[in-house]
Design a binder for this molecule. Structure first.
Ligand code: ATP
Ligand code: MG
Length: 587
């Protein structure tokens, strides 16, 4: 518990607190290259919209402590909805708009919301993605039924309103134009929201966040890590369905008195210059994206990155997955800006590892997300002995000695037992928070993330991180992306198997050519890491299975390779990708 006994409100800190000093400054800049709508809201306008939304929630019977599920595309109303919830002390549970009925139903069941807020449709790559039938089906599948559904009608798809349950946002907003809804003061420890992890390693966990600790952590990170100042513009390319969207599209920038860009669209549409065009137009000073997006841009014409005036931009922050050195070097060079990796989890709400240039200037080392952020007592633990590893460059489990600093999860929603048994299960009698990631620390205190603890490959007694082998393979000039998994082997215990996406697939279009390239890449690994790390097979595919948040689903690939059931796949992006793996394995 942080700041126990205090009272506060997240919406007050994000919006109302700025009205006197920066009421007319931009707060929310909504840009959709899908619908060609661009609209900026000042803090005053945002304040008015949030109060209208809050009034609607209250009219629909939402009370302090009630859950409100938000299943929406990246539109301004989603931001109003999140802020309106915390304004009245309701707990939001944002579900990524790209999820289908099944994933949505389990989250409805888990959060038991009084109200669901949704929209008729999202858009992706110029195509309408209708939401309503998925939502109706999810409610049908769930044993819990919300009393009301509030629908934002964008005029993109059919609404099929359900009599007595579905409410029209535009109509209710019109009736509340001048409503005043004061902030409801809540205890510091009052839950602000529930958010599910990406489901990369198993069934997603419902992270429960507090109020005051979170606000303090975000305000601090804005100064000390991201170096964003009030009055500047922050642009995070994530989605509100993920933790980066919660912390650094909505709450962090607004608490810091910054304008925030909410972008609906692809990074390469209308062309690969769109993000940089926005940087120029809105004088973005801090940008936050994911390595997976950087890799998408890497496949495009690099001249788009230099076409616009980027002088306002101080740095590009990347997080969510290991940032490989070739990608970091490439984008850093193309933009001529510092690239800053930072490592964290849905659970922590803000970075565990980063370079805190706002505290003390430190150089970046590519391949490393930096040092432990103040507040996190990070230790590397030897899995076999449970002892802390103090020696440099020795691999161990990344753990945090409690208590966790402000901003981190309070518990797993509705399941304290799962919280304790999942995260605080002792590593050889040492009760610590486990990140379930594996890493090393160098002489200077910089960490390197080697992969998930589940992904450690044990080849004839040698323990290897998937990351090391992937990094080595991706140093070959024709490899765009690669996933390495450990596969059970009678002789060696486990062997590494790689699945690579090529920049130019024609090089491996025949069986003989593929074998030739496989041998060349194996030689690369031999030379860099030694024969022990050499994958038993390198197979070429056109796409890799990922979660909707862009993370490699190694556990599913591994299961397929070992002929096992692939487990919970509700958060998977493209089922065809896993099918390709299946085909290539049985081939
Ligand atoms: P689940 O917990 O449901 O299996 P998940 O761990 O992928 O899913 P997230 O909270 O979205 O869910 O992701 C956090 C994980 O992402 C970290 O534990 C780590 O494995 C990885 N990660 C995040 N940032 C970095 C980074 N900068 N470098 C390397 N890995 C990172
Ligand atoms: Mg996780």
């Amino acid at each position: 518990r942080w700041f126990a006994g205090g009272q506060t409100n997240l919406c007050h800190n994000a919006v109302d607190r700025h009205l006197a000093t920066r009421g007319d400054q931009n707060a929310l800049i909504f840009v959709s290259t899908e619908t060609n709508i661009e609209k900026a809201y000042s803090f005053k306008e945002l304040h008015a919209e949030v109060q209208r939304m809050a009034a609607i929630l209250k009219d629909l019977g939402v009370k302090k402590g009630d859950r409100v599920l938000i299943y929406m595309p990246m539109i301004a109303e989603a931001c109003f909805a999140m802020l309106a919830c915390v304004r009245i002390g309701a707990i939001h549970s944002v579900v990524f708009g790209g999820f289908a009925s099944h994933a949505l139903a389990s989250r409805i069941e888990d959060a038991t919301p009084t109200l669901i807020i949704s929209a008729d449709a999202g858009m992706r790559g110029g195509k309408v993605v209708p939401y309503k039938h998925l939502l109706d089906e999810a409610i049908r599948l769930s044993s819990h039924k919300p009393a009301n559904v509030l629908m934002v009608n964008r005029g993109l798809a059919d609404l099929h309103p359900v009599e007595g349950r579905d409410q029209d946002y535009a109509t209710l907003r019109q009736a509340n134009m001048d409503t005043v809804v004061p902030c409801e003061w809540v205890d510091s420890t009052h839950p602000s929201y529930i958010l599910y992890t990406s489901g990369t390693t198993g069934k997603p966990k419902g992270v429960q966040r507090d109020t005051a600790g979170y606000a303090v952590a975000l305000a601090a990170s804005m100064k000390h890590i991201y170096m964003g100042n009030p009055g500047e513009t922050y642009f995070s390319t994530s989605d509100i369905g993920w933790v980066v969207g919660h912390s650094y599209i909505i709450y962090g920038p607004l608490i810091g008195g910054m304008a925030t860009i909410m972008y609906e669209g692809l990074p390469i549409r209308p062309d690969a210059g769109i993000w940089w065009q926005l940087v120029e137009k809105y004088k973005v000073s801090v940008m936050f994206s994911a390595p997976t997006a950087a890799r998408v841009l890497k496949k495009q014409d690099p001249s788009y990155l230099t076409k616009y005036d980027l002088s306002s931009l101080k740095a590009l922050f990347l997080a969510g997955e290991p940032l490989d050195v070739p990608t970091a070097t490439w984008i850093g060079g193309a933009l001529n800006k510092p690239i800053i990796d930072n490592y964290w989890q849905t659970e922590t709400g803000w970075p565990i590892m980063a370079i805190c240039n706002g505290v003390e200037q430190a150089p970046t080392k590519f391949g490393s997300p930096g040092k432990a952020v103040y507040g996190f007592d990070v230790q590397l633990i030897d899995e076999t002995t449970g002892e802390e590893i103090t020696e440099a460059n020795k691999k161990g489990v990344i753990a945090v000695n409690g208590p966790l600093p402000p901003g981190c999860l309070q518990t797993v929603w509705g399941d304290d037992k799962r919280y304790v048994s999942t995260y605080w299960s002792s590593i050889h009698n040492k009760v610590m928070y486990s990140t379930f990631d594996w890493g090393v620390k160098d002489e200077d205190g910089y960490f390197f993330i080697l992969g998930r603890t589940d992904d450690v490959i044990n080849v004839a007694g040698h323990r290897l991180g998937t990351r090391e082998i992937e990094e080595s393979i991706s140093s070959h000039s024709n490899v765009a992306e690669v996933a390495v998994v450990g596969v059970a082997d009678q002789l060696k215990g486990q062997v590494a198997v790689a699945f690579a996406v090529l920049k130019d697939p024609s090089v491996a279009s025949t069986e003989a050519d593929a074998q030739k390239l496989e041998a060349v890449i194996m030689k690369v690994v031999d030379d860099q890491l030694g024969a022990v790390a050499r994958p038993a097979r390198i197979r070429f595919v056109t796409v890799l299975p990922k979660t909707r948040s862009g993370k490699l689903l190694r556990r599913a690939i591994q299961a397929v390779c070992e002929g096992r059931d692939a487990g919970d796949l509700t958060t998977m992006e493209d089922p065809a990708a896993l099918q390709q793996i299946k085909d290539s394995v049985t081939h």
